[in-house]
Design a protein around this ligand. Structure first.
Ligand code: FES
Length: 231
């Protein structure tokens, strides 16, 4: 069986930056949306998580460890059946969202404390401002898509910044936000393809991929731009 390093195509002594670059490359190659498969995608992501968790070739005979890190939300195969208790779960988090693109149009700033109050009075389009319920088994991106929205993304694997959101109020978990610089995490920037809300209420600005510090992490965001081109 291939080691995590072989799966990513890096040497065992590769540094963090090399591992991150290899992961970004591999996750695009094997993503189901790009002609890969869910199994291959999960294998690459598990390898990346193992290396980031300190995987050692000596301790596991060079094979992918049986005690691989618990899969993050995005690891769940879209075709797999939910657990019985998930099916019964009806609770969720109330997500209030605002599109970063409308801030400029109105002369608003990401740091404005009354941003959502101003948005509520601005008669914005439903795709730019509103509320939906995120279920506990959904990432924020999945929740938005399952409610009919076309939020930006590219890799769906924590390897770019296309899906980044700014959490203004409430909390999101960060199961695979390794690619984000600590300065971004400190500003409550999160990857919506990797994490979901963990508070009852959350306010997020989506589509913040053009923020300084995120631009260089982005990958071609074909689905979102195509969705808008087809409007
Ligand atoms: S879509 Fe690439 S990190 Fe979320």
């Amino acid at each position: 069986m291939d080691s995590p390093f072989e799966i990513l195509g890096v040497e065992p002594d590769a540094d963090d930056a090399e591992v991150d670059r290899a992961y970004r490359r591999r996750v695009i190659e094997v993503h189901p949306d790009q002609g890969g498969s869910a199994a291959e995608f999960n294998r690459v992501r598990t390898a990346y998580e193992q290396i980031k968790a300190g995987y050692s070739p000596e301790s596991t005979n060079g094979e992918v460890a049986a005690n691989a890190p618990e899969s993050t939300r995005v690891a769940e195969d879209a075709d797999s059946e939910p657990e019985a208790d998930e099916e019964e779960e009806e609770e969720g988090s109330r997500v209030e969202y605002l599109n970063y693109e409308v801030l400029d149009d109105h002369g608003w700033d990401l740091g404005d404390e009354d941003l959502f109050e101003k948005a509520a009075e601005a008669d914005l389009a439903h795709e730019d401002f509103g509320v939906f319920l995120a279920h506990p088994n959904e990432t924020l991106l999945e929740a938005a898509e399952n409610r009919g929205f076309a939020w930006p993304y590219a890799c769906r694997g924590g390897a770019c910044a296309n899906c980044a959101v700014a959490v203004v109020e409430g909390e999101m978990d960060t199961p695979g936000d390794h690619i984000l610089p600590s300065t971004m995490l400190d500003q409550d920037i999160r990857l919506s393809c990797m994490g979901g809300p963990v508070s009852d209420d959350i306010k997020v600005i989506f589509n913040v991929k053009h923020l300084p510090g995120l631009d260089e992490l982005r990958l071609p965001p074909y689905p979102f731009e195509q969705a808008h081109m087809n409007d």
